[in-house]
Design a binder for this molecule. Structure first.
Ligand code: FES
Ligand SMILES: [Fe+2]
Length: 319
């Protein structure tokens, strides 16, 4: 496991609830740790993906009798609390107390299974537009990216790249200027308000307009924006840090209007434009020393984000 108390004690999305529809098991990787996910009824489990007998991956095993996980190698069977309940070679023998896998906390929210490898102080990131019945909510991704989680979040917060990376959709190279806006930071994260940009097609409806964004960083690897204008459109991003520079981005979109093109495909196109940029950035780890890269006034959200990560001591994907 990566030595990063802040992220170890945070919640991270690891799989869609639908991926465990048949019970699992399913392997996942979080913060350098291999985990096995499985389900029994309405309960979801996340354990270290390692049988204590001979170190085999439990994610290669199977869910048996609806409520236990069987190792693929010698069939040791673990109950929902992670204790071994059966060693088939010696069915009469009570498994020793040490025959117990490492169990982690799980939560279900926004259609995903979330895991914490530690003791989270708060809950899964929430975003009010996802709870508001006035909005249609769609999920895009997951997008696996060979990049650091903080680099992905910073890209999400960055409007200066729109005219170049998303030319003709989210920006216009003839109108690349970014007016000044405000940011503030507190213990809950970063807030940027009044971020204005001209967009040729901000809502996938085929019409251009100036839109104003409110950006929020909720957790080190979760951020949202709300686009205010002719319509309201919001997005929540949560990034799974598999390893320092191997991540998965999950996105939820909320809108109070009927888009003219399918929004998930629209987001797939946008993300396909960001991906090569993200995978090309060097150093791969986001530098938290503000002297390490150059910053403009329009980068103030990124500056605030880097400062905050440094302040709270996030280590994964940062330098
Ligand atoms: S390694 Fe799992 S039962 Fe032997
Ligand atoms: Fe982008």
């Amino acid at each position: 496991m990566i030595d990063d108390p802040v992220l170890v004690n945070d919640w991270h999305p690891v799989a869609g609830v639908d991926q465990l529809a048949r019970g699992g098991p399913l392997g996942a990787r979080l913060l350098g740790e291999d985990i096995v996910l499985w389900r029994s009824g309405d309960d979801h489990f996340a354990w270290r993906d390692l049988c204590v007998h001979r170190g085999t991956r439990l994610s290669l095993g199977k869910v048996v009798a609806g409520g236990a996980l069987e190792c693929p190698y010698h069939g040791w069977t673990y109950g929902t609390d992670g204790r071994c309940v059966l060693m088939p070679a010696h069915p009469e023998q009570t498994p020793p107390a040490k025959a117990c896998v490492q169990v982690y906390r799980t939560a279900v929210a926004h259609g995903l299974i979330w895991v914490s490898l530690g003791s989270p102080a708060g809950g899964v990131p929430s975003f009010e537009m996802l709870e508001d019945p006035a909005y249609q909510v769609l999920r895009a991704g997951p997008y696996r990216v060979k990049a650091s989680g903080p680099r992905i979040v910073e890209n999400f917060l960055d409007v200066g790249h729109f005219p170049f990376v998303h030319e003709g959709i989210l920006g216009d190279r003839a109108r690349p200027e970014i007016a000044d806006y405000e940011t503030s930071t507190d213990s809950n994260g970063v807030l940027a308000t009044g971020v204005k940009v001209f967009q040729p097609d901000p809502y996938a409806t085929g019409h251009g307009s100036v839109v104003t964004y409110t950006y929020r960083v909720h957790r080190p690897l979760s951020a949202s924006f709300i686009k205010h204008g002719e319509h309201s459109f919001g997005m929540l991003l949560s990034v799974t840090p598999h390893d320092a520079v191997d991540s998965t981005a999950w996105m939820w979109m909320a809108m109070n209007y009927e888009p003219e093109s399918p929004m998930v495909e629209f987001q797939d196109r946008i993300f396909a434009q960001d991906r090569p940029i993200l995978e090309s950035q060097r150093p791969e780890l986001l530098p938290l020393d503000l002297q390490a890269e150059l910053h403009l006034r329009s980068d103030r959200t990124a500056i605030a984000y880097r400062r905050w990560l440094r302040e709270i001591g996030v280590r994964t994907g940062t330098a």
